[in-house]
Design a binder for this molecule. Structure first.
Ligand SMILES: Cc1ncc(COP(=O)(O)O)c(C=O)c1O
Length: 365
């Protein structure tokens, strides 16, 4: 057995997916060129050239873009701001990314988890929820592409319906899209931001999956009327972000490394996904099923009746395999996700992925 556990728990890139040598050169070059500017306080909204690049990519004015210290920090700002402007329940997908669920619980928000299937969030479930109570919710949090944790993507048709429903109800939507560019198959659907125009939809992504998570560079594209309040939250939290990290990303893009790196990362992730799905097919019992993502880091596993994944997590540990049980991706105490699990294939080599899935499979026989 290998020394370190095989981790299907880490939603992180494998070290070889991080272009460390290029980033190191970029960091040094930009620090020399910009000098004190990247070591000083500055705009709370971030390093201007990168802000402009993001704005141009999304066809918006730079005044609507705020660079954050990772996407998750921005989520905390958005949630606090939105809950203050419009208190109420927060709608999420079931399952959804666990860290925002924890942030929302800490904010004291009521979390309503909406049904999703292989095509993503069910628009009928959204509409039914909106009609079920007279008070409007605070906002909808959705990860439409290669969702964390399920790897599922919202179909184009459903994207259109969700935008229509949001317009009909004046529903604020947070579209979280850190994986959209990490696509290794299929056509990219339009974002909710593109479909809606950015009056209700706030879009967020980050460079964690396309360059490096340790630089902590995320961004928000905000509606015109909320951008300055959002920026103010950033200023009152950390004054200004670490400019060297943002300038390093900017230099990485300027030097033409961004797209080729993405191509390499996508090819590597595809091999890892194939290793995982191939091993699942060979070693998991009949009745198990899993999502088939065309990109991203994760797939969602559903085990045959009565096999509880919280028990499997415990039994897998001495076998040197770790993963996150399904329950952690639903609101606490909901009793959902019992026979389900998130499997991340981003962190391990294809060989270790195959070995880890075989070990899990043997625990199920
Ligand atoms: C859906 C989703 N949103 C946001 C994040 C936060 O990423 P970061 O803070 O590194 O930008 C992650 C990280 O895994 C994620 O999966």
């Amino acid at each position: 057995m290998s020394e370190l556990p095989i981790s299907f728990a880490r939603g992180a890139p494998a070290p070889d997916l991080i272009p460390a040598a290029e980033l190191a050169e970029c960091a040094y070059a930009i620090a020399r060129r910009e000098g004190a500017k990247v070591f000083a306080y500055g705009s709370g909204a971030g390093y201007a050239p990168l802000r402009e690049w993001v704005a141009a990519r999304h066809g918006v004015s730079p005044s609507r873009v705020v660079l954050t210290v990772g996407g998750l920090q921005g989520f905390a700002f958005y949630a606090a701001e939105q809950l203050a402007r419009r208190p109420g329940r927060v709608l999420v997908e079931a399952p959804s990314y666990d860290r925002p669920l924890k942030i929302l619980a800490r904010e004291g928000a009521e979390i309503v988890a909406l049904r999703m299937d292989d095509e993503g969030l069910d628009p009928d479930a959204l509409e039914a929820e909106l009609l079920s109570r007279p008070e409007p919710p605070s906002f909808l949090y959705t990860i439409p592409t290669f969702q964390n944790p399920s790897g599922r993507s919202l179909s184009t048709e459903r994207r259109r319906r969700i935008v229509e429903i949001a317009r009909g109800h004046g529903l604020a939507v947070l579209e979280d899209d850190p994986y959209g560019l990490v696509r290794y198959e299929g056509e990219a659907p339009p974002s909710l931001l593109e479909l809606e125009g950015g009056e209700l939809v706030t879009y967020t992504s980050s460079f964690s999956k396309t360059a490096a998570p340790g630089l902590r560079v995320g961004y928000f594209v905000l509606p015109e009327d909320t951008a300055s309040a959002f920026e103010e939250r950033a200023v009152s939290t950390y004054i200004s972000p670490p400019f060297l990290a943002q300038a390093t990303i900017s230099e990485f893009i300027e030097r033409g490394h961004f797209e080729p790196n993405l191509v390499r990362v996508c090819a590597e992730l595809r091999t890892r996904r194939d290793a995982m799905t191939g091993a699942l097919e060979r070693s998991f019992p009949a009745g198990s099923s899993w999502s088939r993502p065309e990109g991203g880091y994760f797939l969602w596993l559903e085990l045959p009746d009565r096999v509880a994944t919280d028990d499997l997590v415990v039994r897998a540990e001495p076998e040197g395999v770790v993963f996150v049980r399904g329950e952690d991706f639903f609101p606490r105490g909901s009793g959902r996700g019992l026979g389900e699990a998130r499997l991340a294939y981003s962190y391990e080599t294809p060989e270790r992925i195959t070995e880890g899935i075989e070990r899990l499979g043997s625990l199920l026989r």
